[in-house]
Design a binder for this molecule. Structure first.
Ligand code: RIB
Ligand code: CA
Length: 321
């Protein structure tokens, strides 16, 4: 395993689970986070951007935040997830303007173009919101695809959606963007609901986080209590909301925590009931010469060691002052 750091752009729509994912990501020695970019999703762009600024300020980390797309490519569906993340997207948490982490003047697109163009080696993008920014980037600058090492995406659902019977929120918010990204040829580690719903948090996990006692842990404990609608049962998580986005971070730094398979995944952009559905083509497992397997475009995750997963989150939380 190379000891070299993984250069990363972190694209997100904070969002409570995005906030936990940012905390875990910034604590990883293996990651060199070059930028945080924001996108409209859980809540409108103004809020996701303000939340990213509040999260980085609370962590006390240096980095650069760039504002991305305010609308999906085809603004058919823009329902926000305030019922889950709160009116502004981080429960009841916010900071006064003068305490927020600064926002860069460059747009996310311009910054991603500059960072990728100047990168000495290909950059990995962690994408845990709608894929609008990534789709715009690769459509505007297709030559930069070779400067993207891989995408670690939280999105999709093969069996059961969360925002509709068929679709997971990030994909349904911008299916056209997802279709562009999934067909881009860029390697994808995919954390669909099929695994992220196993990234549960029990009441004990939540109390362990609160007991860390530093500002970011206390903030996350408060916002997670909002997100779960209270403290989950002590020894088992009883919430349909989980730490979705954290999976896409640890899948890069601690791949041994996960199991998955190479899989062809298609994105439905039409339909009345299935818009945003991610179709897993399990014929990818075909070995018969008479029925050649479709070429996989993802490594899709299906299982994780949830105890070790929480150990990593606590280790990360304890690394902050
Ligand atoms: O469906 C869960 C995903 O949608 C997570 O990334 C959550 O933050 C929201 O963006
Ligand atoms: Ca998210």
């Amino acid at each position: 395993m190379s000891s070299e750091k993984i250069p990363v752009i972190f694209d997100c729509d904070p969002g409570v689970d995005d906030a936990v994912a940012l905390m875990v990501a910034f604590a990883q020695e293996k990651l060199d986070i070059l930028a945080v970019t924001t996108v409209a999703g859980n809540v409108p762009l103004e809020h996701t951007t303000r939340n990213a600024r509040a999260i980085l300020a609370t962590m006390g980390v240096k980095n650069r935040i760039y504002k991305g797309a305010s609308e999906p490519l085809m603004p058919v569906y823009k329902e926000v997830a305030t019922s889950v993340h709160g009116a502004t997207g981080l429960g009841n948490y916010s900071l006064p303007e003068d305490e927020l982490h600064p926002l860069e003047p460059e747009s996310a697109l311009v910054a991603m173009h500059r960072i990728l163009s100047e990168a000495e080696k290909p950059v990995t993008i962690i994408a845990v919101g709608p894929l609008t920014n990534i789709a715009i980037l690769i459509k505007a600058y297709p030559e930069l695809k070779e400067k993207i090492e891989k995408l670690s995406i939280m999105g999709g659902a093969f069996k059961k959606g969360n925002k509709s019977a068929a679709a997971e929120y990030n994909i349904l918010f911008d299916p056209e963007a997802a279709e562009i990204v999934f067909n881009s040829g860029i390697p994808i580690i995919l954390a669909s609901l099929d695994i992220t719903l196993k990234a549960t948090m029990s009441g004990r996990d939540l109390l362990n986080l609160r007991e860390v006692g530093n500002p970011i842990s206390l903030m996350l404990a408060d916002t997670l209590e909002y997100y779960f609608g209270g403290i989950p049962s002590m020894d088992v998580a009883d919430s349909s909301d989980t730490l979705h986005d954290v999976v896409s971070v640890l899948a890069l730094t601690d791949p041994e925590l996960f199991t998955g398979m190479d899989l062809k995944v298609e994105v439905e952009t039409g339909g009345n009931y299935c818009r945003g559905y991610t179709l897993a083509d399990f014929r990818s497992e075909n070995k018969s010469i008479n029925r050649p397997a479709p070429i996989p475009n993802t490594y899709s995750l299906f299982d994780l060691d949830v105890e070790k997963f929480h150990k990593k989150i606590l280790e990360a939380a304890r690394s902050y002052k």
